[in-house]
Design a protein around this ligand. Sequence first.
Ligand code: DLZ
Length: 158
Amino acid sequence: MSSAHKNLSIFSTENLPDVSDKKFALVVAEWNEEVTNALAAGAHKTLLAYGAKEENVIRVNVPGSYELTFAAQKMAQKADIDAVICIGCVIQGETKHNDYINNAVAQGLTTVSLKYDKPVIFGVLTPNTEQQALDRAGGIHGNKGDEAAITAVKMLAF
Ligand code: DLZ
């Protein structure tokens, strides 16, 4: 990856909404937990950095990424939750399980978001290798959990 790409700003972080009274659910898959815990920690820290209060960030774990959709629905249907951030890591294996899981989760989270009219963020890594995942969970490509958190904050402007 070129250094130019690494420095690319993915999206603007100007004029973000005030989220000091917003409540976030962080739904975290336990599969590949070294990666998902790092992503979740990044997301949590970033939410606080952008104005969320510690007591307004709640974390729930699910076994695997496939279960993110159900837990996201449970969180989104709570009246006091404003946004849901889903964290997972599905590593490509010898079979096509990753395609099935990734497609189901992407579709499922979109459905939950639209059904409950709340931001539901797809913070799921879909790497070919564990190293690619680590590179994006606090490694050379940053922490995609941070991006998921900023995305949730940005979407609360709507
Ligand atoms: C079964 C499975 C496999 C093979 N790989 C992953 C993975 O890389 N990442 C992940 O989050 N979950 C994986 N799972 C578990 C599924 O997401 C799910 O928990 C099970 O299929 C049970 O529904």
